[in-house]
Write a protein that binds this ligand. Structure first.
Ligand SMILES: NC(=O)c1ccc[n+]([C@@H]2O[C@H](COP(=O)([O-])OP(=O)(O)OC[C@H]3O[C@@H](n4cnc5c(N)ncnc54)[C@H](OP(=O)(O)O)[C@@H]3O)[C@@H](O)[C@H]2O)c1
Length: 276
């Protein structure tokens, strides 16, 4: 018998928490398998699934037996994703560049009759660090970063809003970044103009989407994965990082528990709300 995670009886959750605390789940995988058993499979659409966090999200939802519409720019070059879809028939690879309005609308048309429980706006680029320093400011890089990170999530959310509204879970999630926060220390605030602007931009877009889609019952979530070891951005940060597996697991946990209280707010990977 399957339950939606939101419907798991409280006693059952308490029991698993107790077993977990007694270390009876010998490995994280065992706990993950248990979560998969309790999770009634829905449908998730993920952007930027070819690698990094998006690939890992596709994998973890595939294991949970969700129908995964794993979108990427170039399926023919996304070997790992294609292999994943061969292993898990519940993974469908679709081509979608989030800056290509024609491709987005064509895919939305193809899936017009499909309810999509969760949309994850994951695709993102950092843009060359050097080209977004104050003494460089390359305009084309600015436009490219804004197109992928800011316009992309808005257009994809708009195109699939009816699919989300027709589903049971009704969730739109966008991956943001702490670099888009206005409240960092002055030292942490230097450089990365375009990337910061793109993530601050997608934050306000998500709040606006939340207001526009409230009457449809759609929850809009904003998640900061912290620093994840995907090679993203190519900055020389050598401090602690989450693995893509950990980041995806934290994001799935966030999605499962997303509520009107945690929607339209920037939530860190550890579950703590972040300042804008
Ligand atoms: N890693 C971090 O430390 C970190 C921290 C904070 C936030 N984030 C956010 O997390 C998200 C995922 O990052 P990641 O670390 O997994 O990065 P990644 O490993 O570089 O993966 C980025 C993904 O986005 C895809 N993508 C890029 N441009 C696209 C476009 N126009 N249309 C569709 N897909 C496109 C890439 O596809 P291709 O393979 O075709 O290039 C790739 O699949 C991003 O939104 C990023 O801003 C990451």
């Amino acid at each position: 018998m399957c339950f939606r995670s939101s419907q798991i009886p409280g006693m059952l959750i308490a029991m698993f928490a107790l077993l977990g605390s007694l270390s009876l789940f010998s490995s994280p995988m065992m706990a993950q398998d248990m979560a998969a058993l309790l999770d009634e499979p829905g449908t998730v659409l993920i952007t930027g699934s070819s690698r990094g966090i998006g690939f890992e999200l596709s994998k973890q939802y595939a294991v949970r037996k969700w129908k995964v519409i794993a979108t990427c720019r170039t399926p023919s070059e996304s070997d790992a994703l294609v292999r994943l879809s061969e292993k898990y028939p519940n993974v469908i690879v679709e081509e979608m560049d989030v800056t290509d309005i024609g491709e987005i609308e064509a895919l939305a048309k193809k899936y017009a009759d499909t309810a999509i429980d969760v949309l994850i706006n994951n695709a993102g680029i950092f843009g060359a660090v050097k080209l977004q320093k104050l003494d460089e400011l390359d305009y084309k890089t600015f436009v490219d970063v804004m197109a992928v990170n800011t316009f992309g999530p808005l257009k994809v959310s708009q195109a699939f809003a009816n699919n989300i509204a027709a589903s049971e879970e009704k969730k739109i999630i966008t991956i943001t970044s702490g670099l888009g926060s206005m409240t960092l220390t002055e030292e942490a605030m230097q450089g990365y103009y375009f990337y910061r602007a793109s993530k601050a931009g997608v934050n306000i877009i998500s709040r606006t989407l939340s207001a526009d889609l409230r009457d449809e019952g759609i929850l809009v979530g904003l998640f900061n994965p912290g620093i994840v070891d995907t090679g993203f951005g190519g900055t020389n940060y050598d401090g602690p990082k989450l693995s893509p597996e950990e980041a995806a697991a934290a994001l799935i946990g966030f999605i499962e528990t997303l509520s009107p209280e945690t929607a339209a707010t920037m939530i860190n990977y550890d579950g703590v709300p972040m300042p804008w």
